[in-house]
Write a protein of this length. Structure first.
Length: 478
């Protein structure tokens, strides 16, 4: 074999080996499986350059407690949540530096919760901080400056950590979760947990001295803001704090104000925000989406009154070119809110009213059995969906699709099975089957991917499919 041939083989082998290693790394690379593979950093990397005007920085309190869709809806502001769950002040600083590689925000809003503690104590949050960012001088610098990381080569080269993920690999390890391509950094939570009013502790934190590390952190943020021409605003997203934690935050608030950085402390605004501590929190220390709506709306009003930001929506209300991700995120947000209300609806009329609020949905409506003898009057609710009296009397199956309704099947033992697709993911088969309920109802008369979605004891059945999410979001009988 000639020398040139040997060199060519070595080069080809090296290229192929590099490709294999890159593919393997992409599959095994750390993902936040707790948040169903949603990643604020991946959303940042998928955002067009120089489109973010407002960036909220912090940990899970920001991630769940501030919804950029509200600012887009109300003002056309292109806002984004840049967060790492459980991160410390170092993590906050370095994700801002990472963001500044591609974005030129007018305002950076930093949550101060990270100043209330010293170290990250949960290993998963350590991984979120050090493994979620792309490898660069910035990510390596973040590792090297952390005195608590003794096995720093593992966090720089990453393979010593991520090679253990084989058993937990899922579908989003092989292709990206679609929400990472358009969601604006936040997570929507509709769980309701008990919390309590923190205004007393917020007004009476311990009297402490400003920690050197927090002072240095604020000074570095000020330097970044001056070098990159953005304003700084500090916030405290409503959460539970100890008097010591509040005292530490108070020292940073005071130092920030001395340097021209205002602070909005949500723990002092519970009454003004109208927070309900039994319904507006997802647990004792995180807002849910309804609480986030209230806090974000307050911040939006403050930002609108104090900063000159551009509305990136056209006169028709649609996004200007380059800002379509915010439109898409708002559609998702509106649907999630409407779907939560739908799922929590306890009576038929409220259920149908919330169904009519949904966009991009299809609904199979199945009516069968001796429902005319039922104590429930189904007809008023069904009329809202476009079914008339004859439809109601004859029964059958209908497909409701964004405001239009079409009968797709009669309850007739002589009718041939009817098959169609809600999407390539969901194949539907409607058929007449043997009676399982003494002449009242059928079983297995609606199959989706061979799973039973039939009335099964209910005269009226709704099967709701969200085409935006490509998911069946509810299956309810009345």
């Amino acid at each position: 074999m000639s020398r040139k041939a040997k060199i060519a083989r070595i080069v080809i082998f090296t290229i192929l080996a590099g490709i294999c290693i890159a593919i393997t790394y992409k599959v095994l690379s750390w993902k936040d499986t707790i948040t169903t593979y949603q990643s604020s950093m991946e959303m940042l990397y998928n955002t067009p350059d120089d489109t973010m005007d407002v960036v909220f920085v912090g940990n899970s309190h920001v991630n769940i407690g501030i919804d950029p869709e509200i600012l887009w809806r109300d003002y056309g502001y292109s806002a984004f949540d840049l967060t790492i769950s459980g991160t410390d002040i170092s993590g906050n600083y370095h994700i801002i530096k990472e963001m500044l590689k591609t974005q030129s925000p007018k305002l950076v809003v930093v949550d101060l919760h990270a100043t209330s503690f010293d170290n990250i104590t949960v290993l998963a949050n350590v991984y979120r901080k050090f493994l979620g960012m792309r490898t660069s001088a910035n990510s390596i610098g973040m590792v090297m400056e952390d005195v608590n990381i003794l096995n720093w080569p593992d966090y720089i080269f990453r393979f010593p950590i991520i090679h253990t993920r084989y058993k937990e690999l899922g579908r989003y390890d092989f292709y990206e979760n679609p929400v990472n391509t358009y969601v604006r950094g936040n997570i929507l939570s509709f769980h309701q947990g008990e919390s309590y009013d923190m205004s007393s502790i917020a007004a009476n934190g311990d009297i402490l001295d400003l920690k050197d590390s927090n002072k240095e952190w604020v000074d570095k943020l000020i330097t970044l803001s001056e070098e990159n021409d953005f304003d700084l605003l500090f916030i405290v997203t409503p959460c539970v704090l100890t008097t010591e934690g509040q005292g530490r935050i108070d020292t940073v608030k005071k130092y920030g104000e001395e340097n021209g950085i205002p602070t909005i402390d949500g723990n002092l605004l519970g009454q003004e925000l109208g927070l309900d501590y039994s319904t507006d929190f997802s647990d004792d220390t995180h807002l849910n989406t309804y609480g986030a709506d209230k806090f974000t709306s307050y911040l939006g009003k403050y930002i609108n009154e104090n900063y000159a930001l551009e509305n990136h929506k056209s006169e028709s209300g649609a996004a200007n070119p380059g800002y379509e991700q915010w439109d898409k995120a708002l559609i998702r947000y509106n649907n999630f809110v409407a779907e939560d209300k739908l799922i929590k609806s306890e009576d038929l009329n409220a259920y149908v009213d919330n169904l009519l609020e949904l966009e991009n949905v299809k609904c199979i409506i199945s009516l069968e059995g001796k429902y005319e003898d039922s104590i429930m009057d189904y007809s008023p609710a069904l009329e809202k969906l476009g079914l008339n009296l004859n439809d109601f009397l004859n029964g059958g199956k209908w497909l409701y699709d964004n405001g239009t309704v079409e009968r797709i099947y009669y309850n007739n033992p002589d009718a041939e099975p009817y098959m169609f697709e809600l999407s390539p993911k969901y194949a539907v088969k409607v058929q007449f089957t043997d009676d399982e309920y003494g002449g009242l109802l059928q079983k297995d008369n609606i199959l989706i991917n061979r799973e039973n979605y039939s009335n099964d004891g209910a005269y009226l059945r709704f099967i709701i499919y969200d085409s935006f999410l490509d998911e069946i979001i509810d299956y309810r009988g009345f």
